[in-house]
Write a protein that binds this ligand. Structure first.
Ligand SMILES: C[S@@+](CC[C@H](N)C(=O)[O-])C[C@H]1O[C@@H](n2cnc3c(N)ncnc32)[C@H](O)[C@@H]1O
Length: 306
C-alpha cells in the first residue's frame, strides 16, 4: 500500500459508523434506482478512501501465542461508496488536504469507468457552490459529513436541506460541543461562543441550554453582593436532544441518532440521518431504512433509556 493512502483516524466506533452508513447506502441506492434518473453520493470530508488501523499487540498466555501489533488497511467511506451495488451514478469526493485529494484522485484512477469528481477545498464553500443548481428535481443524493470536529457550519446544513433532495449522514461532534459549552456560561469566551453559534445556527442555545443557578446568599462579612451565575442545565443527552431539535427546524425528518462510541462512555459523537425531501414516501423510506439498520446491529449497540 503506497503512503498516499495512509490515513489513521477514529477508534473502534469508526467501524460501526462506516457499517451504519454502508447499510444505508445499499438500501438507498437499491430503492432510489427503481424510480430516479440519477442517484449520487457526495462525501464532503472524504479522507483518502482508505484507513489505516493499528491492531494492538496481545501478550501471550498459557494458551495463546503473543501477537505483535498489526497494521491493517480497511476501506474508508469513499471506497465503500464506490463499491455499493447498484452503483451510484455519480460520486463527488471533497477534502481540504492536498495529500488526501491526491489519494482520492488515485482512487478515481482505479475506477476509470465511474463518474467521479474530486474537489479540493473547504467543504462548507464547496457544498454551497456545488449544490446550487436546478437539477435536483430528477436527481437524489446521499451526503456524508464526517468531519474531525466542529467544521460543519449551520448555513451549509440549511443549504443542503433547501435542495429537498439530499439525505445527510452527519457525524455530530458532541464532545466538541460539551467541551466548548462550559458548565458556567460566563466562562465561554467569544471565540467559543461564535463557534457554537456557527455550528447550531442560533445564539438561542444560551437561553435554551443554560439557566440561572440558585442565587448564593450575600457575603455580609466582606460586604459582597451575590453574582448571578448561568449554568448549563443540559447534560450530554440533553445536548444531543437539542441538536436533534435544531436539525428538525430545517430538515423534513431527523432520525434518532446513533450514539458513538456505542458502549464506552463518554459518548463522543451522535450519528444523525437527516432527510431533506418532505414527501411522505421519502420520509417513510428513510425511517424504514433506519429501523432495519438498528435491528441489524448487535443489541449492545442499541441506544438504551432515552
Ligand atoms: C474523519 S476524516 C474522514 C474520513 C472518511 N469519511 C473515511 O471514512 O475515510 C475527516 C476528513 O476531513 C478533512 N477535512 C477537515 N476539514 C475539512 C474542511 N473544512 N473541508 C473539507 N475537508 C476537511 C480531513 O482532511 C480528513 O480527510
Amino acid at each position: 500500500m503506497s503512503d498516499t493512502f495512509e490515513h489513521e483516524f477514529g477508534g473502534q466506533h469508526t467501524d460501526i459508523k462506516l457499517e451504519i452508513v454502508e447499510k444505508y447506502l445499499k438500501r438507498y441506492s437499491a430503492a432510489l434506482h427503481t424510480w430516479c434518473d440519477q442517484v449520487w453520493y457526495i462525501d464532503a470530508f472524504a479522507g483518502t478512501g482508505r484507513r489505516t488501523v493499528r491492531v494492538k499487540a496481545r501478550e501471550g498466555d498459557l494458551f495463546e501465542e503473543p501477537v505483535p501489533e498489526q497494521v491493517e488497511h480497511r476501506r474508508g467511506s469513499a471506497k465503500i461508496a464506490i463499491d455499493i451495488e447498484p452503483p451510484f451514478d455519480r460520486l463527488v469526493f471533497m477534502d481540504v488536504k492536498p495529500k488526501h485529494v491526491a489519494a482520492l484522485e488515485a482512487l478515481k484512477a482505479e475506477h476509470p469507468s465511474r463518474d467521479i469528481d474530486v474537489l479540493e477545498g473547504d467543504a462548507n464553500k464547496l457544498i454551497k457552490s456545488e449544490i446550487a443548481w436546478e437539477g435536483w428535481r430528477k436527481t437524489r443524493a446521499v451526503m456524508f459529513l464526517d468531519p474531525y470536529g466542529m467544521e460543519v457550519e449551520w448555513d451549509t446544513l440549511r443549504r443542503i436541506a433547501e435542495t429537498k433532495a439530499i439525505d445527510v449522514w452527519y457525524l455530530f461532534p458532541l464532545s466538541g460541543l460539551y467541551r466548548q459549552a462550559a458548565r458556567d456560561l460566563a466562562k465561554i469566551d467569544g471565540a467559543k461562543e461564535r463557534a457554537i453559534t456557527r455550528m447550531l445556527g442560533t445564539d438561542e442555545w444560551k437561553q435554551e441550554l443554560y439557566s440561572d443557578a440558585p442565587r448564593p446568599a450575600a457575603n455580609l462579612l466582606f460586604d459582597m453582593e451575590p453574582v448571578d451565575v448561568r449554568q448549563r442545565n443540559a447534560d450530554v443527552a440533553g445536548l444531543e436532544q437539542y441538536v436533534q431539535k435544531r436539525l428538525k427546524t430545517i430538515f423534513a425528518e431527523v432520525l434518532d441518532p446513533f450514539p458513538l462510541p456505542s458502549i464506552e462512555r463518554p459518548q463522543k459523537f451522535s450519528l444523525f440521518c437527516a432527510i431533506s425531501n418532505p414527501s411522505k414516501r421519502a420520509i417513510s423510506l428513510a425511517q424504514s431504512f433506519g429501523g432495519s439498520i438498528v435491528k441489524s446491529m448487535p443489541a449492545s449497540h442499541h441506544r438504551t433509556g432515552r
